[in-house]
Design a protein around this ligand. Structure first.
Ligand SMILES: [Ca+2]
Ligand SMILES: [Ca+2]
Length: 196
């Protein structure tokens, strides 16, 4: 069994859980079928990437939601909506899930925020901030009302689930996301007997 520990730094801050552990197959039995966290919904991304999402109706602050994601699955964090396809996928799942659809009336957290640099929104990535490329802001958002709205909410259910910035201490339902390369799928999901 080969274990590779990868430590990444971001802006001089070491994230506590900034390491990914991969188990290489110890025999030559080829690529194992990737497995998402229990209860999650899977979406195939570009090339070899796989996304897993878990849906959490219980309202929490932005930071508490991130912590809950990390407890749910190592390497998970709040949702990062990086393409129109992903936005549509998430909107569809919310629509189909009664608890999340109801929660969406009050907004659902993503991992977007401009906590570090005002007006520069980034995704809270698993190891480092990820720049915003795609956006789905509601007209007039982000507006940083009161000078204290740094976290991105899927705020406008009736307007195609468009985003707004709100105070990070508000409590909202949330979605966690984890991405991995299917060639290096998470090891700990497998029963110990499976990993040599
Ligand atoms: Ca994503
Ligand atoms: Ca706002």
């Amino acid at each position: 069994m080969e274990i590779v520990i990868e430590v990444a730094f971001s802006g001089g801050h070491l994230y506590v859980d900034d390491f990914l552990i991969y188990n290489a197959p110890c025999s030559t039995d080829g690529i194992r079928t990737p497995v998402c966290p229990q209860g999650s919904i899977k979406r195939k991304g570009l090339e070899n990437m796989m996304s897993c999402y878990t849906f959490h109706p219980e309202p929490m602050t932005f930071l508490a939601a991130i912590q809950t994601c990390k407890l749910t699955w190592p390497g998970a964090t709040l949702l990062q909506i990086e393409t129109a396809d992903e936005q549509a996928f998430i909107a569809n799942i919310i629509n189909k899930t009664i608890s999340m659809s109801n929660a969406a009336d009050f907004g659902i957290w993503t991992g977007g925020n401009d906590v570090d640099t005002e007006h520069t929104f980034v995704w809270n990535g698993p190891t480092h901030p990820i720049a915003f490329n795609y956006t789905h802001w509601h007209p007039g958002q982000p507006n940083n009302i009161g000078g204290d709205q740094d976290c991105v909410l899927i705020q406008y259910k009736s307007s195609n689930y468009e985003w707004g910035d709100v105070n990070c201490n508000e409590k909202h339902s949330f979605i966690c996301e984890m991405n991995y390369d299917v060639r290096h799928q998470p090891s700990h999901q497998y029963p110990s007997g499976v990993i040599g």
